[in-house]
Every structure is written in C-alpha cells, then in structure tokens.
Design a protein. Structure first.
Length: 117
C-alpha cells in the first residue's frame, strides 16, 4: 500500500503551495496521518500531523503559523498548505500514516518543494 503525494514545485520565497496525499480508505482512517520532509544532507524531520477521527493537529516549531494540515474525508486525502515559504523549507515532502501503537508504517513516494530566494 502506498500513499500518493503530489503538489510540490518551485516557488519564490513568500509564496504558497498545497500538497496533497491520497490514501486508500483503510489507511486513511489510521490513527493519524502526517507530513515529513528531508532536505539534502539532512535527516528526515516531522512537519505536521492530524488525527482520525477528531482531526487534532500538531506542528513542528519551524512551520507553526505558516503551514496548515487538513483532511477531506470524502476524498480520502490529507492536505498540507504551505504559506510564507522560505528557502529553508526546500526539501522532499513525504506523507505517512500510522497508529499510536505502531508508529508511521505507510509512506508516500515524496514530492519535491523548492523555494528560491
């Protein structure tokens, strides 16, 4: 089972993008879905997550106030709205799904976000 991430691209600093993550139904309703990112030469880092079914959200300090995670249950899709982008947001962004007991066990293929200064 693979999640399908899309929506990345090249944008100038201060711009916006919206990433999408389509998940099969049984994966979509896992305890939580999240977004991670990995910049060249760096470890993969947590960006944001959203729970099922309460849609409680959590953000890393570096994106809080700029990024928004949401979900559309009718489309089995989780979104990450990226606003006020900075060059340091440049990375491959991955979506993932998991459970409280097992952690993140389903991953997407990643989508590249590049922010130019």
């Amino acid at each position: 089972v693979q999640l399908q991430a899309s929506g990345g691209g090249l944008v100038q600093a201060g711009g916006s993008l919206r990433l999408s993550c389509l998940a099969p139904g049984r994966v979509y309703s896992r305890d939580f879905m999240g977004w991670f990112r990995q910049a060249p030469g760096k470890e993969r880092e947590f960006v944001a997550s959203i729970t099922w079914p309460a849609s409680l959200t959590l953000y890393s300090d570096s994106v809080k106030g700029r990024f928004t995670i949401s979900r559309d249950n009718a489309k089995s899709t989780v979104y990450l709205q990226l606003n006020s982008l900075k060059p340091e947001d440049t990375a491959v962004y991955y979506c993932a799904a998991g459970t409280a007991s097992g952690g993140y066990s389903y991953w997407g293929q990643g989508t590249q976000v590049t922010v130019s200064s």
